[in-house]
Design a binder for this molecule. Structure first.
Ligand SMILES: NC(=O)N[C@@H](CC(=O)O)C(=O)O
Ligand SMILES: [Zn+2]
Ligand SMILES: [Zn+2]
Length: 381
């Protein structure tokens, strides 16, 4: 909800295109402040890597300060393949939370060739597992134990997921080294996702961290409400030039890799259109600096501290701030069949500088937009 603005009227550039001017005029002016404020239902993060051990303790406060719940990815070493492991991992996340935090981790299972339908029943019964994650074996960080042949090995499990109304979250890239890395998402849609939804139209599927206009079109073409997508800040604000800007930029490297500008624009249009099928999933994926800045750097961008600022900037630049709250706070829980949050967060239009890095006893983590000045500052209320 847009709560106050102010004075935008004369001194700041209008955050809305002229077609929305009426809305701006209705905003209240507060003589004491030059800042614009948005108040949103507290967002959830529907795709998050929290890791474990020291790294978990280091990063969870950032997510917990802006998000109420998060779908926690299971690609640990070893991966979270059972309900028992998910329950234990959940406990360690809760232990690592700052005092008084209300953050709720929503757990996931890592699908393998040998996951049993029985495990899906257990997962549903546990009340703490909310989805199952498909990593094609070798597609991304810690995916070696992933699925080698979805239709050959996992059909009974997928059928049980339909029974249990358990969503399948998908890292949507083929792993065939003969397929160009920039085409892997499109080829996955054509060869895996389309056949999957034809075979099991009732299966709930979230295409995670979409990067192409092909993925946008695929999600938009699925009309029965069972397919949705998460979108990261990096795929909304960066294109593949960022990887090579003035030299090789390891902190802009994630998977699926950034794509060309036309794809970025298609994703921005999709999320700012107001469609209910797209929702916030940061894919915040911390790696220690030394694992990013080395001869074979890990894929993953640590964006938890900046994600909300960046999403807000994208909606502001598209003249779609009125659609932001559905993307950050409504579409996700509605798709998962969970209640929307009650508490709120405030975003103030005020500049703040992103730290160059976060230092911990075990090493540094470099966040997305390190050292840059961002325009929107989130604050719990
Ligand atoms: N996105 C990434 O580049 N990396 C993620 C894995 C993933 O989400 O694919 C990670 O765990 O580091
Ligand atoms: Zn992934
Ligand atoms: Zn991820």
């Amino acid at each position: 909800m847009i709560k106050t603005s102010v004075l935008l009227c004369k001194t700041l550039p209008l955050p809305f295109p002229s077609s929305n001017i009426r809305r701006v005029r209705r905003l209240k002016c507060k003589a004491s402040t030059m800042d614009m404020e948005l108040t949103l239902t507290r967002p959830d993060d529907w795709h998050l890597h929290l890791r474990d051990g020291d790294l978990l303790e280091a990063v969870v406060p950032h997510s917990a300060s802006h998000f109420e719940r998060a779908i926690v990815m299971p690609n640990l070493k070893p991966p979270i393949t059972t309900t028992a492991a998910a329950v234990a991992y959940r406990e360690s996340i809760l232990k690592a939370l700052p005092a008084n935090s209300n953050f709720t981790p929503l757990m996931t299972l890592y699908l393998t060739d040998s996951t049993s339908p029985e495990e899906i029943k257990l997962a549903r019964k546990s009340g703490v597992v909310f989805a199952v994650k498909l990593y094609p074996a070798g597609a991304t960080t810690n995916s070696q134990a992933g699925v080698t042949d979805l239709f050959g090995k996992c059909l009974p499990v997928l059928e049980e997921m339909v029974e249990q109304n358990m969503p399948l979250l998908v890292h949507g890239e083929v792993t065939d080294p003969n397929v160009d890395i920039f085409d892997r998402e499109k080829v996955f849609i054509d060869t895996v996702l389309q056949p999957l939804i034809q075979r099991l139209p009732q299966l709930k599927v979230v295409m995670e961290h979409i990067t192409t206009m092909d993925a946008v079109r695929f999600v938009e073409s699925c009309d029965n409400g069972s397919v949705a997508a998460t979108v990261t800040p990096q795929h909304l604000v960066l294109n593949r030039n960022a990887l090579f800007q003035g030299g090789l930029q390891p902190h802009s490297y994630c998977l699926p890799v950034l794509k060309r500008e036309t794809h970025r624009q298609a994703i921005v249009s999709a999320v700012t259109s107001g469609s209910k099928r797209f929702f916030l999933g940061t894919d915040s994926a911390p790696h220690e600096r030394k694992r990013k800045e080395c001869p074979c750097g890990c894929a993953g961008i640590y964006n938890a501290p900046v994600a909300l600022s960046l999403y807000t900037k994208v909606f502001e630049e598209a003249g779609a701030l009125d659609k932001l709250e559905a993307f950050t706070s409504f579409n996700g829980p509605d798709f998962y069949g969970l209640p929307r949050n009650i508490s709120k967060i405030k975003l103030t239009k005020a500049q703040w500088k992103v730290p160059e890095s976060f230092s911990f006893p075990f090493g540094d983590i470099v966040p997305m937009s390190a050292g840059e000045t961002l325009d929107w500052q989130p604050e719990s209320i």
